[in-house]
Design a protein around this ligand. Structure first.
Ligand code: MN
Length: 228
């Protein structure tokens, strides 16, 4: 038996739909600028970029529709509605044609972003971590097993206080779910428990305390949180 000098941290986990079991989260990878219209709204050229990634800590997940506290040190908290892929079988150098076999399930997620801090980091060439990977920055809905889900199409939408702010379709992903898994697995060996946030469509905007965010992906489910 290993003995630890401190109690080991609790395992971050996402509830599975229709089950008492939880999906343990190992790492959270996020794809940047993966819908053309969002790349354009952020001032980038969507046509020439290979996928790139940033990360959030596993314990950034917020589950069960829990409230998300408005983070410190920002005046511009933005919502980014995303399809989230949960890896069940790890691997490296995964072929595009095999990639979806590595998926355990899917859920809806919000890549909450301190946009002012991220923009400052872009300008100065500094890391994005404090703009993206802060505490409770990843509200997630229930995880749904992959069987029967086609991540190549389906409406993706976010409402803030009942009003649609983001709406698109998974078919507009620049890099498909299978291509993202294959590409990321060349950079790191994927492992069971890894999550991949696949990028957000256009319509990102700032939220305020009291706002209620309700996102959905057709065929996958919902995510809900209130900013407090
Ligand atoms: Mn994002």
């Amino acid at each position: 038996m290993v003995s630890y000098v401190l109690p080991p941290p609790p395992v971050a986990a996402i509830p599975v739909k229709g089950s008492d079991a939880m999906f343990p989260v190992r790492r959270i990878f996020c794809v940047g600028r993966n819908y053309a219209e969002h790349a354009i709204e952020m001032g980038s050229d969507p046509t020439r970029e290979p996928p790139f990634y940033f990360t959030k800590p596993a314990d950034a997940v917020v589950t069960n529709d829990a409230d998300m506290p408005y983070p410190t040190v920002t005046k511009s908290l933005h919502h980014e509605m995303e399809l989230v892929v949960a890896i069940g079988t790890g691997g490296k150098n995964i072929a595009v044609g095999d990639a979806l076999k590595h998926v355990w399930g899917y859920c809806c997620g919000l890549d909450m972003t301190r946009r002012d801090i991220q923009n400052e980091a872009k300008k100065t060439g500094r890391p994005w971590d404090m703009g993206k990977g802060f505490d409770k920055s990843a509200p997630m809905g229930l995880l749904v097993p992959a069987a029967g889900i086609d991540p190549a199409k389906g409406k993706i939408e976010l409402k803030v206080n009942g009003k649609v702010t983001q709406t698109s379709d998974l078919s507009k992903l620049i890099w498909s779910v299978a291509e993202v898994i294959a590409n990321l697995s060349e950079l790191v060996e994927l492992a069971p428990g890894d999550l991949i946030m696949t990028g957000t469509p256009e319509g990102v905007a700032a939220v305020q305390k009291g706002d209620v965010l309700e996102g959905m992906v057709e065929g996958v489910g919902e995510v809900k949180t209130k900013i407090v």
